[in-house]
Design a protein around this ligand. Structure first.
Ligand code: GLU
Length: 289
């Protein structure tokens, strides 16, 4: 079977040089391996995603000389598949609702931090304190009946205990040079959110479902997502899905050494194109020949 690669941008801004590196690497690797490249639009966040950004993705990728298979998968059109996966995890007793607002969670974390060091996830955010894990069923029902917003969280300790140690095959490199056969550390993320009342999925869940449904064999993406792979491996195992091979690539940084953001105009593909850059210039700028 020929390998299947994918580029999976979110249409919440215009593409920059970091996206160009990711898309071009996927395209080149797929071509070298005689495989195919899929394009997936990760638009589950209706408040931030916009049709003009999606149109710009097609335009910018085509300008770069990248070709992809159609139809393009748009995550917002597949909420039923994600809902079904959450239901399977609920049925396994691994999911619970939490009702705290962001501010309340902030206060709970501040209390924990006042009592000593409190762990942070690989992105630097404090772990959810797990307060709602022990809510009595009657209390859960009462809060749900009030119509409060909620997040459905994975009971991480229970999930990890269920599947045991996990690993993945890494052809690229992690932030500390991790490579080859990497040990997953999903517990470092705490009780991650799988879905919310208004959005029946999350980044972690939809990526895992889609990579499996689309038969993706090779995930090539930025090193900022390296440790997310721990959660992805765990969800794959819980849901009985195959694990692709992973290749995390270096990030493009700005002059100050910061990761590029969609709002930094100097590195936007549209700005560079308007200033006269060619697709070959973009390849050079991201360090590909
Ligand atoms: N949608 C994610 C992003 O734009 C990438 C997801 C992935 O490659 O797993 O950062």
């Amino acid at each position: 079977m020929p390998p299947v690669f994918r580029f999976a941008p979110s249409p919440n801004g215009y593409l920059h040089l970091g996206h160009a590196l990711s898309a071009l690497l996927n395209f080149d690797l797929a071509r070298q391996a005689g495989g195919c490249l899929l394009l997936r639009i990760e638009d589950i966040d209706a408040t931030r995603c916009r049709p003009e950004f999606e149109r710009a993705i097609y335009e910018d990728l085509a300008w770069l000389g990248i070709a992809w298979e159609t139809p393009v998968r748009r995550q917002s059109e597949h909420f039923a598949a994600y809902r079904a996966a959450v239901e399977r995890l609920v049925a396994q007793g691994l999911v619970y609702p939490s009702f705290e607002s962001r501010a309340e969670i902030g206060r709970l974390v501040a209390e924990k931090e006042a009592g000593g060091a409190w762990p942070r996830d690989p992105d630097g955010a404090p772990l959810y304190p797990g307060t709602a894990r022990s809510l009595a069923p009657a209390e859960r029902d009462r809060l749900t009946a009030q119509g409060l917003p909620f997040a459905l969280r994975l009971d991480m300790a229970a999930a990890v205990a269920r599947v045991g140690p996990l690993r993945w095959r890494e052809a690229g490199e992690g932030p500390d040079g991790e490579s080859g056969d990497v040990a997953a550390r999903p517990e470092a993320w705490g009780d991650v959110i799988l879905a919310r009342k208004e959005t029946p999925t999350s980044y972690h869940l939809s990526v895992v479902i889609d990579d499996a449904l689309q038969g993706v064999t090779d995930v090539v993406r930025g090193a900022d997502l390296f440790w997310s792979t721990s959660v992805h491996r765990l969800l794959q195992e819980l849901l009985g899905l195959p694990a692709p091979a992973y290749r995390h690539h270096r990030l493009i940084r700005d002059a100050a050494g910061q990761k590029l953001s969609k709002s930094t105009r100097a590195t936007g593909l549209r700005e560079l194109r308007a200033a006269g850059a060619t697709p070959a210039d973009i390849r050079r700028l991201v360090g590909l020949s």
